[in-house]
Design a protein around this ligand. Structure first.
Ligand code: G
Ligand code: G
Ligand code: MN
Ligand code: NA
Length: 250
């Protein structure tokens, strides 16, 4: 694959960057965490979205190296934020087949000095689906260290009910597809209400992604959604900007 060698070069040449999007307490407006999102500026092709290169990285196995870079970079950045703010890192299924995963995560925490409770790992059902005994054990070990676990894109089929039975998640992130028609379809509100009720009853905090309008925010607050992520507060922004935003809010 042509992108594969370019991606290797990108890792070596520092073409990759993490941007961060705040996740905000829906009542107080306080930023509680920021999600790290990969950005790649290719020297010839320009911006390449993660939806294009993450699958290539997964297919070629490069995701392990890439994922470790993300872990290290995200922890190092978060160490500079106020202590009340955590960092959320997206994890690919392939990273969980790496027997060294726990070792890499602990390494990123140790090198950065970030306490474990300020690192959240976001996983989709594709991680939990074929989960072997070994993967379940790895996830348990990570949680015992104090690392938080979120189930991402909940409701899409990549993350759904069966995962909740076998894994203890701290947070449930409702996929943004449920938000876009919130002000038009009563069904969407009913679905969100049901997810919030279920999440609550098994002790998970609820994050809603993709919130763009005041109307959506008002409905979500009324439904008891704790945490909001979306353009209404901020798009994903570069590290210096997120640092400034967090410092200004302190
Ligand atoms: O910002 P947005 O278009 O940027 O992100 C698109 C998708 O790429 C998201 O679904 C997200 O989960 C995925 N993604 C972004 N950064 C990372 C990363 O560091 N690791 C993995 N595995 N996926 C990522
Ligand atoms: O990992 P995940 O699929 O959850 O990544 C979040 C994705 O959602 C990223 O691509 C991010 O840029 C995108 N996103 C975050 N907030 C909004 C929003 O308010 N509207 C839209 N359309 N996309 C968003
Ligand atoms: Mn995510
Ligand atoms: Na998502």
């Amino acid at each position: 694959h042509a992108l594969e060698s370019d991606l290797r070069a990108a890792l070596a040449n520092g073409e990759l960057e993490l941007h961060y999007q705040p996740i905000v307490d829906s009542n107080s407006g306080t930023v509680v965490s920021c999600e790290a999102l990969l950005r790649w500026r290719h020297p010839v092709s320009g911006y390449i979205p993660p939806s294009e290169f993450i699958p290539v990285a997964e297919d070629t196995g490069l995701i392990v190296q890439l994922g470790n870079w993300v872990l290290n970079e995200a922890c190092r950045e978060a160490r500079r934020w106020p202590q009340s703010v955590s960092v959320a890192v997206n994890m690919s299924p392939r990273q969980f087949s790496d027997p060294q995963l726990a070792f890499h995560v602990i390494g990123a925490l140790t090198r950065s000095g970030l306490p474990a409770h300020r690192l959240e790992l976001e996983i989709t059902e594709s991680v939990t689906l074929g989960a072997t005994h070994k993967i379940v054990e790895t996830i348990d070990n990570l949680r015992q260290l104090g690392i938080r676990l979120s189930i991402d894109d909940f409701g899409t089929g990549y993350s759904s009910l069966s995962s909740l039975r076998n894994f203890a998640f701290d947070k449930l992130k409702i996929d943004r597809s449920f938000v876009s028609d919130l002000d038009k379809k009563a069904e969407s509100t009913a679905i969100i209400r049901a997810i919030v009720g279920m999440g609550r009853s098994i002790g998970m905090a609820i994050v809603v992604e993709g919130v763009e309008t005041e109307t959506q925010l008002t409905i979500l607050r009324a439904e008891g959604c704790d945490l909001i992520q979306g353009y209404i507060f901020s798009r994903p922004i570069a590290a210096p900007q997120i640092r400034a935003m967090l410092a200004a809010a302190e």
